[in-house]
Design a protein around this ligand. Structure first.
Ligand code: GLA
Length: 739
């Protein structure tokens, strides 16, 4: 029974083996937060956790009351209504006031987890997997109802939160802020870890101690962005990858978000996540409701690897959907870095044939295939093939590729429009634009008004007629610019504050319609590389293009950072040609594959240009990945050594039965007369004896964890330099249990 209601003390205890989350309804009716962290024993009363101190200068609820909202830990604080910290909700009313008071009226505890209307969310596969508490609160003056949803999974250290508001009154109210979760922790002794970056260096790990005041990450770009990810973690300064407390907070949303930690001067920390209020103002008419996106909370006392593993397994098994969820992913060849916009049928077929001979499963035709698309200045919005490039059309091309024994995949960018396009000629009003004002360009393109269902329908119809006639197994859905000057010509001025959110709902709706009609298609999301690598997207597309940076060394940081939250099976990772197109760097073909294996794996180059020697190596790489992709994509992933800390990176993946493991070790620069080195492995069976590829001795799991795997250069020779291996070295170690 993971949700216990103790009626005498009006306390809710949500718990499983690893976590406890405790809420108390105060005598005045507010839900107050008492505890979140490691599992506590069951008792009838947790009132000792309320620290109610009457402090000077505090406002109290009434004259004789000692209750100051400023000094309680709140479950969902109303802005400016006695709690002096940032609110989770701000509701503008007809009389101009924003003051609200939501008090408990009832609750329900049910088995399972309800779906969220029109929004991506984690799910259950049987009612026994989770329980859901809905706290129903009401502002009695306004007749507005607030429902706080909490789902706790039985066997995961995971809690999902969201909120829903219903206008039961006969007047309009305007939601100016409506977050997904607000959590007050009685401590500020944490470091905040977030994933920050930019194009081609997405999701680098950023750690800093909390300071008094507010620290936040956010997006105002209309997509979750390269710059910040909708995720933050609070960890103790002594927390490591394998020990210590960590709270992970992730928002299942792909649009403008905010995630913040606000430390007050009494050392409490308020963590909040949700839709960014800066670009949000949502009128609620009589009878209407609004559902916030879902926030996923993970708690562990066993370090960052344990936190990440909880996210990985939840997002892989209970957020991603469809036939591809549990299937090893196809090894693909993507045409982008091979030919860019220079798409020609004969060359594409030649590339496909070479790819097939190498063992590739799927050929992906990237940008450049549709009408007059010779560079990035035109044609977005016209989803019809360019017959001068593809004389037999996409149907002819896909058929020929299928006949070779390869699956066929295609690139699209459905949310975008070029001024030079038939769609723009026909519907200039379908572009997001402010009347009378200049519209900023991004990559020479503009953004379609996906807040307008008519636009989404029209794009759906174009894609439907295209997809229906070709044999398509995979779609890469790209999105190559941020939104700016956002305004919908289809909406009333009073509705303009809804456009950013409606836009992302339009994206979700189009995804949903396409996956419903084409359930066999594997979708990979993309946004100039990894600008929309977020849990919202994973609900529709089980994999995402991690970054436009395909350099193996840069990818170490990008993939390592991404692994903080996202499963290996979701990370698009390809081997590309050298010199690398982003950095002009040469890295060994082995290293490029050894990094790309830890993802969905593929190639992004022109195989026609490869030498016979390279092809021989690639053939072996593909065979290796085919043998081990289940282990890599569905095993348990451990980070061992961080690229943010120095010259070396290491990680490993362990099969579910703990009988097989693959360790990846990467050294950026070669060193003279280098030190002795060991890797301390994780996740193996302590007593089990393992064989280790390239070693003629065996070790037990315990030995590999405690004494370590010796990775000192053994063939170093004079001066301890191995002349066969220089900079950018990588090694893989395959471990197998010996029966
Ligand atoms: C974006 C993507 C790339 C490629 C190009 C095509 O930059 O991230 O992978 O698809 O668009 O224009």
């Amino acid at each position: 029974m993971p949700i216990q209601f103790i009626s005498d003390s009006k306390t809710f205890h949500l718990y499983n083996d690893s976590v406890s989350y405790i809420i108390k309804i105060l005598p005045e009716g507010m839900p107050s937060h008492l505890y979140y962290g490691a599992r506590l024993p069951l008792r009838d009363n947790y009132d000792y956790l309320m620290e109610s101190i009457h402090r000077p200068m505090s406002v109290t609820r009434t004259e004789n009351s000692s209750l100051s909202l400023e000094h309680i830990r709140s479950e969902f604080p109303s802005a400016l209504s006695g709690d002096m910290r940032p609110g989770a909700l701000c509701l503008r009313q007809a009389n101009g006031s924003v003051i609200t008071e939501f008090l408990y009226t009832s609750h329900s505890i049910t088995k399972g987890k309800p779906a969220l209307e029109n929004l991506p969310a984690c799910y259950v596969e049987g009612e026994e997997e989770a329980q859901t508490l809905v706290l129903v609160l009401e502002d009695a003056l306004l007749h507005v109802r607030l429902e706080l949803l909490y789902t706790i999974y039985e066997n995961r250290p995971v809690l999902c939160r969201s909120a829903r508001i219903v206008n039961d009154s006969d007047q309009q109210v305007i939601l100016d802020t409506f977050l997904s979760a607000s959590i007050d922790l009685p401590d500020d002794h944490y470091e905040m870890l977030d994933l920050a970056g930019a194009w081609a260096r997405e999701r680098h790990i950023d750690v800093h101690p909390l300071h008094t005041g507010c620290q936040s990450i956010y997006s105002l770009r209309g997509h979750s962005s390269h710059n910040f990810n909708p995720f933050l973690c609070l960890k103790k300064p002594w927390t490591t990858e394998n020990t210590g407390e960590a709270f992970g907070f992730s928002l299942v949303y792909s649009g403008n978000f905010i995630a913040s930690a606000d430390v007050d001067t009494y050392n409490t920390t308020r963590v909040q996540l949700g839709i960014n209020p800066t670009t949000f103002s949502w009128p609620l008419e009589q009878g209407e409701s609004f559902q916030s996106p879902e926030a996923v909370l993970v708690y562990t006392k066993n370090g960052l690897n344990a936190m990440s593993q909880a996210f990985h397994s939840l997002f892989r098994q209970r957020l991603a959907r469809g036939v591809w969820r549990d299937q090893a992913r196809p090894i693909l060849l993507n045409s982008w870095e091979g030919v860019y916009f220079d798409v020609r049928e004969d060359e594409i077929l030649h590339m496909a044939k070479e790819a097939r001979d190498l063992g590739v499963d799927l050929f992906v035709l990237d940008d450049g295939w549709f009408k007059a698309r010779n560079d990035d200045t035109s044609s977005l919005g016209d989803w019809v093939e360019d017959r001068s490039k593809l004389p037999h059309g996409l149907d002819g091309l896909s058929e020929q590729i299928n006949n070779m024994g390869l699956e066929f995949g295609l690139w699209i960018e459905p949310e975008m429009i070029s001024r030079h396009s038939d769609l723009f000629e026909a519907h200039p009003e379908w572009v997001l634009q402010v009347p009378g004002r200049r519209q900023s360009a991004g990559r020479n393109q503009y953004v379609l008004d996906f807040s307008n269902p008519q636009v989404v329908d029209a794009i759906y119809e174009q894609l439907r007629s295209l997809f229906d006639k070709i044999s398509l197994s995979y779609v890469k859905w790209d999105m190559n610019r941020s939104l700016s000057e956002v305004y919908s010509l289809a909406l009333d001025p009073s509705q303009q504050g809804t456009v950013y959110h409606r836009f992302i709902l339009g994206v979700y709706r189009l995804y949903e319609r396409l996956i419903e009609r084409y359930p066999h298609i594997l979708f990979e999301s993309c946004a100039s590389g990894g600008a929309r690598f977020d849990p919202g997207m994973l609900y529709y597309a089980p994999q995402a293009w991690t970054s436009d940076d395909t350099d193996a060394i840069e990818r170490l940081k990008i993939q390592y950072g991404t692994s903080m939250v996202y499963p290996i099976s979701s990370m698009g990772s390809h081997v590309s040609a050298c010199p690398n197109h982003q950095l002009n760097r040469y890295t060994p073909l082995k290293t490029r594959a050894d990094v790309a294996y830890f993802g969905t794996f593929g190639y992004e180059l022109n195989p026609i240009e490869m030498s016979e020697k390279e092809k021989e190596i690639v053939r072996k790489q593909i065979a290796f990945m085919k043998e081990h992709r289940e282990l890599i994509q569905f095993g348990t992933f451990y980070r061992l050594r961080s690229p943010f800390d120095g010259n070396e990176t290491a990680w490993m993946v362990v099969s579910e039965d703990q009988k097989t493991a693959l360790v990846g070790y990467y050294r950026i620069l070669q060193k003279v007369n280098s030190r002795y080195r060991r890797l301390f492995l994780q996740g193996l069976l302590p007593e089990q004896e393992y064989s280790i590829s390239s070693f003629d001795y065996t070790q037990t799991g315990e030995e590999l964890a405690q004494a370590g795997l010796i990775i000192t250069d053994s063939s170093a020779g004079e001066n301890n330099i191995d002349r066969s291996q220089g900079d950018f070295l990588s090694r893989l170690y395959l471990l197998r249990a010996i029966d």
